[in-house]
Structures are given as C-alpha cells and as structure tokens.
Design a protein around this ligand. Structure first.
Ligand code: UDP
Length: 326
C-alpha cells in the first residue's frame, strides 16, 4: 500500500513510518516540522514539508501522492498549552484537520487512521476505560480530538471515508532508531530519564496526595511499537471504528521513577510538587475491543521493557535529534 502520513516526523509518526516501510509499504510524510524533526523522517519515505492550515499545500501533496490510505498524526498535543492557547489547538487540530479531510476526499482516498487520545474521555467515572464510556474532555486538546472524531463520522456517512480512530493512552519507549524528543518536554518518562542523563537536577512528581495506593497518578504506558502495530492492523479494517489503546495495566508516577532508577542504575532524586491542573488520578485503557476485532496484542507488557527501550535510545542520542534546545 501507499500511505500518506501527516506528522511522520514526530515521535509516534516516525515509529509508524518505520514499521510501514519494514512491511513493504510506500510512505509519503507530510509535516511542517514545528514539532517534528527532519532527522526523524525515515530516509526511504518521500518527504513533503507543508502545513495543514494551508489548503493549497495539503491538496497539492495529497494529489501528487495518490495514496491508498491516510494516517493522521500531525497535531499539537500539550494539555497545559491548550489551556492557555485554545485557538492554536482548534486552528491546527480542527481547522487544519478539515483541510486534510477535504484533500483526502478530493483525492478519492477511502481509508483513514486517526491518532486520537484518552484525553477525549476527561475524568472517567471508572477504569478501565472502554469505548462505551462518555467522552467529556476537560481541556481544548481533548476537545479538538473529539471534534475531529465527530468530523470523521460525518465524512464517512457523506463521503464513504472509512476510518479507524485509535485513542492512545500513554505512548512511551522507542525503536532502535526513533525515539521521543520534544522541543518542550512535558512527559514523565523522558523527563525522568533526563535526570539520569544529568540534564535535569531532579525529577518532579506532580501531586503526592491523590487517592491512589502511593498517592501519585496512575497511567497506562504503552510501547510505541505496540502502538505502531495497531496502526498496521487498522489499515486492514473495512468498517469505521473507534478503539482505546493501552495495555490495560497501570503504573504510578512513583513506580515509573523507581523503574527508571532500576533500569538506568542512576540515583534520580525526586521532589513532590503541587498537582498539575486537569490531571485525572487514574487513566487505564480497556483494549478488549481492539484485541477482539483486530487481534491486537501488546508485546511489551512490562514497564521495565518500555523504559529500557527509551533509555537505550536516549543514551545513543543524548541530544535527541540535535535540533531541540534542552
Ligand atoms: N508527571 C509528573 N512529572 C513530570 C511529568 C509528568 O509527575 O515531570 C505526571 C503527570 O502529572 C501525570 C503522569 O506523570 O500524572 C503522566 O504525565 P505525562 O505528561 O507523561 O502524560 P499524560 O498522562 O499527561 O498524557
């Protein structure tokens, strides 16, 4: 197949591109490089630098590529930033997304895989979170992704665009080549590993008084390669569907820091800070639906295996892709 990948220079996109190429697909990457890195674009992919907010750019690239399917990763994805600058999130993730959907329909493409998020659920009433639970986002980031899910339903109904929306929980880990390097790093695992690398003095724990066994927030960490596998399976799905994607297990912030100490053999001092606004205490996925319908099964079930792969990548790339201020 030929796949058109928006955001293919980003953390998750670059890993999916690598797996697509490994199975023999052709790939065209479309990315504006504001969050992504040129060096994260696989050398075997055709690269088109462009912005989704520019209809001419996305229409031209899509028409030239004539792909069999679109995978849409390009988005702004920082919860905190979305609370300060909602316009950026609705402009890029929604308005830019509409341009992409229109270009997809105009090019006659009928398959679409979307990077959605557990942030569309907001504060869940219970865990694990399955696909029947209400979606009530609590920040513009989650709202922008939920709006895009609604758009997909209409484009399917009206234009016959078949889609799979994958709602990721906490993506983590790395392949041997592609890892996590954000210009502003807010994520727990890379931040803790930055302490092990000597780039930060201490790890910060955002809140130690949650109603969880050790008082710190619990998340469902899923390995990037398991996540990529779900995308490959999604390409074979003929009917539109939504799937939650995590391992079904949860680890607290304190457990993640302890795991990083174990894997790196470094001390990693940590300090408890106030809670981060908008953080649900527990987010755990039920991935039963995707397991049943697509046969998806995560290979990396332990947090140690996930952190080991992330650590190996950071040790090999201490400055990430070399274009980010740390
Ligand atoms: N977190 C933390 N210290 C950090 C970064 C994150 O304690 O330096 C916490 C954060 O409050 C959340 C969990 O770690 O409870 C996972 O946060 P992350 O930003 O990695 O992912 P999110 O769950 O927000 O998508």
């Amino acid at each position: 197949m030929k796949i058109f990948v928006t955001g293919g220079a980003g953390y998750i996109g670059s890993n999916c591109v690598e797996q697509l190429l490994l199975r023999g697909d052709k790939v065209v990457v479309f990315d504006n490089l504001t969050e992504g890195h040129r060096k994260a674009v696989h050398p075997k992919a055709v690269f088109h630098q462009g912005d989704l907010r520019d209809p001419v750019s996305i229409n031209g690239a899509m028409a030239a590529a004539k792909p069999d399917a679109v995978m849409h990763f390009a988005a702004n994805a920082l919860v905190g930033e979305s609370m300060e600058n909602p316009s950026k999130y609705f402009q890029n993730n929604v308005a830019g997304g509409i341009n992409l959907l229109d270009a997809t329909v105009a090019a006659g493409v009928k398959r679409f895989v979307f990077s959605s998020t557990c942030a569309t659920f907001g504060m869940p009433d219970r865990v694990p979170i399955d696909e029947t639970m209400p979606q009530r986002p609590i920040n513009p980031y989650g709202e922008s992704k939920l709006i895009f899910e609604q758009l997909l339903r209409w484009y399917d109904r009206i234009h016959g665009l078949k889609f799979v929306s994958l709602r990721y929980f906490n993506a983590a880990g790395a392949s041997e080549t592609y890892g996590e390097d954000h210009r502003i790093e807010t994520h727990l695992i890379p931040n803790v590993l930055n302490v092990a690398l000597g780039k930060k003095e201490r790890a910060e724990i955002f809140g130690g008084d949650y109603e969880t066994p050790d008082g710190t927030c619990i998340r469902d960490y899923i390995h990037i390669l398991d996540l990529a596998q779900a995308h490959l399976l999604a390409l074979g799905k003929d009917e539109s569907a939504f799937y939650n994607l995590g391992t079904g297990g949860g680890n607290s912030v304190a457990e993640v820091i302890e795991c990083c100490r174990r894997v790196t053999g470094r001390k990693i001092p940590a300090v408890v800070k106030p809670r981060r606004p908008g953080d649900p205490p527990r987010l755990i996925a039920s991935s039963k639906k995707i397991a049943k319908e697509l046969g998806w099964k995560p290979k990396y079930q332990s947090l140690d295996a996930i952190v080991e792969s992330a650590w190996a990548w950071h040790v090999k790339h201490p400055d990430g892709y070399g274009d980010s201020p740390h």
